[in-house]
Design a protein. Sequence first.
Length: 187
Amino acid sequence: MEFRKLRLDGLLEIRPVMHADDRGYFAELFRQDRIAAWAGPVQFVQENQSLNRHAGTVRGLHFQDEPCAQGKLVRCARGAVFDVAVDLRAGSPTYGQWDAIELNAQAGNQVWIPAGFAHGFCTLVPDTVLCYKVTAYYDAAHDRGVAWNDPAIGIAWPSLANPDLLSPKDGAQPRLADLPALFDAEV
């Protein structure tokens, strides 16, 4: 596994090393010790999968607040996504800023998004499957979001991002300015 720090502190791209021959390939996708060496101690308690039929589907920006905040290890099992994380850590020098990475099944790359970030994605091809492990169980009482198109955040979504494919929940999320301080940065 190869690790690369992304622009916002705490975000990591993880690329598997593919051992390939004429039969196919083998790759390690997860090793607790390697993840912990880069991200600190993490323990995953739930894994989720999302099928997205249409290219241009936007999901997010989602997060859970304390005490149910989730770190996420995200990978694309089929297709490709433009995957986004937004820093929601009050006091962070990058508060309100975003970073994005393309995740695709062919590369097998993953992104680690620690607690304190909102997460969302836009599918780049039809029938895309996204899988993610999380560090806290889903809890509807702590489920939150921020508007995917908040101009204060200014995410440069792919041109195929289709607002008509938003869920009602995602279409009604508050703007960043309307969120209370939910996470503290470890400065």
